[in-house]
Design a protein around this ligand. Structure first.
Ligand code: BTN
Length: 233
């Protein structure tokens, strides 16, 4: 079954995730909320999302039985496939769990939340024409246009949604297909990485993700599974 997305466009909002949450009080239909500007854009781990005019900010409101962690991989994989398809660039990668990188610099981020009625909100920010400098974030960023990828917000969104719909269908059948496709974009695979986890830093070899999307970190002979953390190289 193909997802059908009703599109709602706004000029200025606090956060498209906030609008999607508010809309969940009134609809059970799949919805995409897109805004020109956000004045309180949120990132993961309580960070703000620097929302520069001209970039793409949207949230998908989705009624689903699928678990959030699977959707993280469906969304990030779909974004990577979209950008790869429109640009043919090879240096696009995914940093666990869901950062989209070009040349190891962040070009898009994903924040998944849940509305009170159980619907899932997938909030996505893509740097199209501008990116924050390193003083504004704790990591290097880039944007599509700096990488000679010029595409309108509308086209990028519609391309992304068609990849999302296909990958979502695959995920409903078997998450392992998504897991394997996601791993083809994974950065740091089989390399030594650092993982910041519950105020401690663990080092090990990044061995991929398991059937639930947990990070597999090999330390000597043991491989531990990590659910919520940040990865460094
Ligand atoms: C991250 O990488 O920290 C996640 C960033 C998510 C940003 C998007 S922009 C659209 C939606 N609205 C928000 O306030 N956040 C997400």
């Amino acid at each position: 079954m193909q997802n059908l997305w009703n599109l709602e466009k706004y000029n200025e909002v606090s956060s498209t995730n906030d609008v999607a949450r508010e809309r969940s009080l009134h609809t059970k239909e799949n919805l995409v909320v897109v805004a020109d500007i956000q004045y309180l854009g949120r990132g993961r781990r309580g960070n703000k999302w620097v929302s520069q005019r001209g970039n793409l900010f949207f949230s998908q409101l989705l009624a689903t039985e699928t678990i959030n962690s699977n959707l993280t991989f469906v969304a990030s994989l779909s974004l990577a496939e979209t950008i790869k398809n429109i640009s043919k660039i090879k240096n696009i990668s995914l940093k666990w769990p869901n950062d989209v990188l070009i040349d190891m610099k962040k070009v898009a981020g994903i924040l998944i939340e849940q509305a009170d009625n159980g619907m899932i909100i997938i909030g996505i920010g893509v740097n199209l024409i501008a990116h924050p400098n390193e003083q504004e974030t704790s990591y290097p960023s880039t944007d599509l246009s700096s990488n000679d990828i010029n595409i309108s917000r509308e086209k990028l969104l519609s391309e992304y949604l068609s990849y999302f719909d296909k990958n979502y269908e695959l995920c409903l059948k078997n998450f392992d297909i998504i897991r394997k496709k996601w791993l083809t974009f994974a950065c740091g695979l089989n390399q030594k990485v650092k993982v910041k986890y519950k105020d401690t830093i663990k080092e090990g070899i990044f061995k991929g993700i398991d059937e639930q999307g947990l990070l597999l970190l090999q330390q000597d002979k043991d491989t531990i599974k990590i659910s919520v953390a940040e990865m460094f190289f």
